[in-house]
Design a protein around this ligand. Structure first.
Ligand code: NAD
Length: 445
C-alpha cells in the first residue's frame, strides 16, 4: 500500500514537471507572441489608427482540417492540416505551406501575419496566409506524400483559390508538391476552367506553369538585401566570412550567391548537425554531397563536425539563419559574434534575443524584408500565369532585384524618419499602407 502511494506520488511529480517543461518550451517557442510584440512596438511608434490596430491584431480566418489517408501498408492515418488567413486588405491571401512536426495553429498564425507585412513592404497586391501539415515528411514514401498532399488540398476545398488564397512552397515542400496541389485543385473543378485553376499555387515546376528562377528567388533576394546593407555601410563583402543555418532552398541559394560575391562560407548547421572549416566550404560541393546524404550536411568530409551550440559561437562577419523560427533565443544570442544577421528564415530571432543583439550592436536585416524575394518571385509567376506569358530568367532576376531594392530603400527611409531599428521600420512601412487602404475603403457595412 505504502509503495503504491509512493509510486503514485512520484508519477504525479513527474507529470507536473513535464507539464512545467512543456509550458516553458511553449512560451519560448511562441512565434505568434513574437509577432504581436513586434507589431505593438511598431503600432505604438507610428501611432497606428486604433480601429486598424484591432483589425490587424487578429487573423481573419483559421482553417483546421483533419483528413484520412491510406498508407502503403493499407492502414489509415489521420493528419491535421492548417491554413491561416491573416489579412486580405491589399489583395488575395498569399503564403507558403510547410510540412513539419512543429506546424501548429500558433506557427501558422505567426507565419500568416508575417506574410501580410512582407507582401505590403514589397509593394505586392497580396495579403498574408500560411499553413501546412503537422508531420515529418521523411517518414513517408513518395506515394504516401502525394496522397497526403492531394487529400489535404481536397480538404481545404474553396478555402484556397487562384484569386483568393494562393499557397507556395515552404519548409519541406517543393515544386513537386505544388504540382500535386495544382492538379488536385483543378481536377475538383469544372474542366472548362482547368487552366485558370491550375494556378492556385506558385512555385510550380517550370513546365507546369512555374517561373524560371522561382527556385532561387528567396536566396537571391537575401543576397540583394545584404548587398544593399553593405553598400549603405561601406562594407566590401569580398572575403567576408559567413555561417548559415539551413542548407535547403533558401540556405543553398543564399550561399551560392554570396560565394559569387567572394564571401567565404565557414560553417553550416542543418537538422543533421553542424560543420566547420575556417578555410572555406564550397557550397556547390556541399550541395552535391547533401544529395547523396538524404539532404543533410553531417558527415561531409571536407569540414569537421562541431556541436550545434558551437555553431552559434563561430567567429564570422555574417550569420544567415535559413531554417526554422525561434532559433536565435536568449540561450545563444550572447554567443553570436557576427556583425550582421540577414534573416533568410521566417521569425528566426525571438523578441528577447533581439534586444540582446541590438545591445551588442549587431545589425539585423529583418525577415519581412530580407526573404521577400520568394513572394516577389511568386507574384511574378502569378502574373505570368494570368497573362499566359513565359518570362526569361534574366528578366526575372532584374525585376526581382529592383523590387527588393525599392523595398529596402523604403525601410531605410522609415528607419530614419522614426529613428528606429529596421524591423520596426519595416513594420511601419507595411502598416502605413494597410492603414491607408482601410481609411480609403472604410469597414463594411
Ligand atoms: P527547406 O525545407 O528547403 O530547408 C530547410 C532547411 O532547414 C534544411 O536544410 C533543414 O535541414 C534545416 N533545418 C530543419 N530543421 C532544423 C533544425 N532543427 N536545426 C537546423 N536546421 C534545420 O526550406 P526553405 O524553403 O529553405 O525554408 C527555410 C526558411 O526560409 C523557412 O523559415 C521558410 O519559412 C523561409 N522562407 C522560405 C521561402 C521559400 O521560398 N522557400 C521564402 C521565404 C522564407
Amino acid at each position: 500500500m505504502f509503495i503504491s502511494i509512493l509510486i503514485h506520488t512520484f508519477t504525479l511529480i513527474l507529470l507536473h514537471l513535464q507539464i512545467m517543461s512543456n509550458n516553458t518550451e511553449k512560451k519560448r517557442t511562441g512565434m505568434y507572441e513574437n509577432v504581436m510584440h513586434e507589431f505593438n512596438k511598431a503600432a505604438d511608434k507610428m501611432n497606428l489608427d486604433a480601429g486598424v490596430r484591432k483589425i490587424l491584431a487578429s487573423t481573419q480566418n483559421e482553417i483546421v482540417v483533419h483528413f484520412p489517408v491510406k498508407m502503403d501498408d493499407g492502414s489509415i492515418e489521420v493528419f491535421t492540416g492548417y491554413r491561416v488567413q491573416h489579412n486580405n486588405a491589399l489583395g488575395p491571401y498569399k503564403g507558403g505551406l510547410r510540412y513539419h512536426p512543429t506546424v501548429d495553429i500558433d506557427a501558422a498564425r505567426a507565419l500568416a501575419t508575417w506574410m501580410t507585412w512582407k507582401s505590403a513592404i514589397a509593394g505586392l497586391p497580396y495579403g498574408g496566409g500560411k499553413g501546412g501539415i503537422q508531420l515529418d515528411p521523411s517518414k513517408y514514401s513518395k506515394g504516401e506524400l502525394e496522397r497526403i498532399t492531394r487529400r489535404f488540398t481536397y480538404a481545404l476545398g474553396d478555402n484556397i483559390g487562384p484569386d483568393y488564397d494562393i499557397p507556395a512552397p515552404d519548409v519541406n515542400t517543393n515544386a513537386q508538391i505544388m504540382a500535386w496541389i495544382s492538379d488536385t485543385y483543378a481536377s475538383a473543378k469544372s474542366p472548362a476552367n482547368r487552366s485558370v485553376n491550375l494556378h492556385v499555387v506558385t512555385g510550380k515546376p517550370v513546365l507546369s506553369g512555374g517561373l524560371q528562377g522561382r527556385d532561387r528567388a528567396t536566396g537571391f533576394g537575401v543576397v540583394v538585401s545584404i548587398q544593399k546593407w553593405a553598400k549603405k555601410n561601406n562594407v566590401d563583402l569580398k572575403g567576408k566570412t559567413f555561417i548559415i543555418q539551413g542548407f535547403g532552398n533558401v540556405g543553398y541559394w543564399a550561399t551560392h550567391f554570396l560565394q559569387e560575391l567572394g564571401a567565404k562560407l565557414i560553417a553550416v548547421q542543418d537538422h543533421t548537425g553542424s560543420i566547420l572549416n575556417t578555410e572555406g566550404i564550397d557550397s556547390e560541393d556541399l550541395l552535391a554531397y547533401t544529395k547523396t546524404n538524404k539532404g543533410g550536411v553531417s558527415g561531409y568530409s571536407k569540414a569537421k563536425a562541431i556541436d550545434n551550440s558551437e555553431f552559434w559561437k563561430t567567429d564570422c562577419y555574417l550569420l544567415v539563419p535559413a531554417a526554422l523560427g525561434n532559433q536565435i533565443t536568449t540561450e545563444n544570442a550572447n554567443d553570436i559574434k557576427a556583425s550582421l544577421i540577414a534573416e533568410g528564415a521566417n521569425g528566426p530571432t525571438d523578441s528577447a534575443a533581439e534586444e540582446i543583439l541590438m545591445k551588442k550592436g549587431i545589425a539585423i536585416i529583418p525577415d519581412i524584408l530580407c526573404n521577400s524575394g520568394g513572394v516577389i518571385g511568386s507574384y511574378f509567376e502569378w502574373l505570368q500565369n494570368k497573362r499566359a506569358e513565359i518570362w526569361e530568367i534574366d528578366e526575372v532576376l532584374v525585376k526581382l532585384k529592383q523590387k527588393i531594392e525599392t523595398a529596402f530603400d523604403a525601410v531605410v527611409a522609415s528607419a530614419e524618419k522614426y529613428q528606429t531599428d529596421y524591423r520596426t521600420a519595416a513594420y511601419i512601412v507595411a502598416l502605413a499602407k494597410i492603414e491607408q487602404v482601410y481609411k480609403e475603403r472604410g469597414v463594411f457595412p
